[in-house]
Design a protein around this ligand. Structure first.
Ligand SMILES: Nc1ncnc2c1ncn2[C@@H]1O[C@H](COP(=O)(O)OP(=O)(O)OP(=O)(O)O)[C@@H](O)[C@H]1O
Ligand SMILES: [Mg+2]
Length: 332
């Protein structure tokens, strides 16, 4: 086989049958643009999916302004990197491991999915899928089980995003013989050595994550972006309710929205409130009550509009309105 001119860096993989075709013109470094060339930024944007992803992020996610701002900055950085490469400037890829901190239901998992799409659109990740795990997926119960488990997960995540929820459970400060430390060791190595093929996102509550980083400076120093997800306001939660309802082809009339705001205002003071997740659950409950309301009357008939509409009563029947706060600790 003949080595492509100037492409001497690419070693054909042993055992990869028919590898002659695999070494193609793609492996030749592209000829850099002239020093006085001018690049059209809009065109470079269009070549990637960046705008489509950013628009969806804006349209489908309520609030989260600081989060969206940071994502735009990361997108800009990667676009600039892309353009630098065209001029033959050094294109050392920025490290993009991140931590997402915030209360339950503030959109961390959803944003991680979007981030994966964005990084694929910008050519940073080759696959752009998300592998979401917790301690149990990484750490074994017995000696010798942790390394294979962690490596298996890393293998699945390569080319995409590894999302580790409640990452602080990986490390137990008061237990030196915990197998979690072994998993952290392997993660640290891969985060350093294979950062061009994997983005790790650690997620969890802010205060616990801060403790985790204090006990694991190695981990902390490998995280390029710490992004904090604020709790939603009642207005934002109501807007999220509108989006979730629309997603299922339900309608929330004005008077229902008023009751819903009241519901949210009470619910957010109760235990186990989980921001947007609680909104989703509230809509599910309301759908149950609506269904019950529509079919329970003997000889009832319904219109399309009735089938789509969640009435104030569908929320007012919630225990949130009747039980004292300390007892109404379940979604309902
Ligand atoms: N800003 C938002 N706009 C619209 N929907 C949202 C928003 N944030 C979250 N949601 C919706 O709320 C639900 C919970 O969000 P998600 O699972 O991303 O939260 P999380 O922070 O990962 O929660 P947890 O910590 O419990 O895992 C999802 O169904 C998501 O679609
Ligand atoms: Mg989540």
């Amino acid at each position: 086989m003949t080595a492509p001119a100037g492409g001497g860096f690419t070693m054909p993989r042993p055992g990869a049958g028919g590898s002659e075709q695999a070494v193609s013109a793609e492996d030749d470094p592209p000829v850099p643009l002239a020093d006085d060339a001018v690049l059209d930024v809009d065109e470079v944007r269009r070549e990637s999916d960046v705008d489509a992803v950013l628009e969806r992020l804006d349209a489908e996610l309520v609030g989260l302004v600081p989060v969206k701002t940071r994502i735009r900055e990361i997108a800009a950085l990667l676009l600039v990197d892309r353009m630098r490469t065209r001029f033959g400037l050094s294109s050392s890829r920025p490290a993009l491991h991140m931590s997402f901190t915030g209360s339950p239901g503030t959109g961390k998992t959803t944003v991680a999915l979007r981030m994966a799409e964005l990084l694929r659109g910008l050519g940073y990740l080759r696959r752009g899928h998300l592998v979401s795990v917790t301690r149990d997926d990484l750490v074994g119960q017995y000696i010798g089980h942790t390394a294979p488990k962690t490596k298996e997960v890393l293998k699945r995540a390569m080319g995409g995003v590894l999302f580790i929820d409640e990452a602080y459970y990986l490390y137990k400060e008061d237990n030196e013989r915990d197998y979690g430390a072994e998993s952290v060791e392997i993660l640290l190595q891969i985060m350093e050595n294979q950062r061009d093929d994997l983005v790790v996102i650690l997620a969890g509550y802010k205060d616990r994550m801060d403790d985790f980083f204090r006990s694991n400076p190695g981990m902390s120093s490998r995280i390029a972006h710490h992004i904090d997800f604020p709790d939603y306001t009642v207005e934002e939660l109501a807007a999220i309710a509108g989006l979730i309802a629309a997603e299922h082809e339900y309608v929330l009339p004005e008077d229902t929205v008023r009751v819903l705001r009241d519901y949210l205002d009470k619910r957010m003071r109760q235990p186990r409130f989980a921001n947007a997740r609680s909104v989703r659950n509230a809509i599910e409950r309301a759908r149950l009550r609506q269904a019950n309301r529509l079919v329970s009357e003997p000889g009832a008939s319904v219109t399309k509009q009735q089938l789509q509409t969640l009435e104030p009563a569908d929320f007012l029947a919630s225990r949130v309105f009747t039980d004292p706060p300390e007892e109404a600790d379940a979604e309902g």
